[in-house]
Design a protein around this ligand. Structure first.
Ligand code: SAM
Length: 233
């Protein structure tokens, strides 16, 4: 009689948000040891793996295929294979795919282990000058439907509000926030850990002017002082 195979482990591995050196020893050990890496963009992950001399079979796992891909990953895990899940940048599951396979693995009694590391919003928060003791991370605002409702609700928030935004929408979004929130204190962190890392802090009215005065490029985190927070610390 064949013995039942004990399941492999699903590792959720954080990778750099720009600077390739921002990866933990443990993350590298796990990436080198697993049977397979499920990556949001295999080409991007290949750059990281090549940098550290790691060669490993990879499979894509991104927002448009995660539902189809999940049963396959669960099958492999159930058959004893260990898998590391990585996203393009930062921590999987934070405005990035991971949740579907995590839920499925838990439902099948498969161990799920986090390998912590960078996330853009934490890096931005800790240098923002805004209160860090209590904050709310909202990821990307809805692009169309629900945007106005979300902004109106966030206006009442007393904790530091953290948002992600793309370069082609950042100026418009800042303008909308100014309209709804009034002239709050904000911090905009751009290209963290990269060559053109920059942080702009101050009242929203002047920050909109500064950000809008030059071409917007790269990746942005937007932090807004909670209601009742009068100034940067
Ligand atoms: N999983 C990632 C994390 O843990 O931060 C977030 C992925 S989300 C698809 C991408 C967004 O994160 C970007 O549009 C930007 O708002 C933010 N982001 C990622 N890297 C960044 C960086 N180096 N500097 C500033 N913002 C960044």
């Amino acid at each position: 009689m064949t013995q039942p195979t004990s399941p492999g482990t699903l590792y959720i591995v954080a990778t750099p948000i720009g600077n390739l050196e921002d990866i933990t020893y443990r993350a590298l050990k796990v990436l080198a040891a697993v049977d397979l890496i499920a990556a949001e963009d295999t080409r991007k992950t290949r750059i990281l793996l090549d940098h550290y001399g790691i060669s490993k079979p990879m499979l894509s796992y991104f927002s448009y295929n995660e539902k189809q891909r999940t049963p396959q990953l669960v099958r492999l895990l159930s058959n004893g294979k260990s898998i590391a899940l990585v996203s393009d940048a930062g921590t999987p599951g934070i405005s990035d795919p991971a949740h579907t396979v995590v839920i499925a693995a838990l439902e099948h009694g498969i161990p799920v282990i986090p390998i912590p590391g960078p996330s853009a919003f934490i890096s931005a928060l800790i240098i923002s000058g805004l209160p860090t003791n209590s904050f709310v991370f909202e990821g990307f605002l809805p692009v169309k439907k629900g945007r106005a409702t979300k902004l109106a609700a966030l206006k009442e928030e007393t904790r530091t509000v953290i948002l992600y935004e793309s370069p082609h929408r950042i100026v418009k979004t800042l303008g909308q926030i100014l309209e709804v929130f009034g002239d709050r204190q904000v911090a905009i962190a751009r290209e963290l850990t990269k060559k053109f890392e920059e942080i702009v802090r101050g009242p929203l009215s002047s920050v909109v002017k500064e950000i809008g005065s030059k071409p917007t490029r790269g990746e942005y985190v937007l932090l807004i002082a909670g209601r009742g927070t009068e100034r940067l610390v």
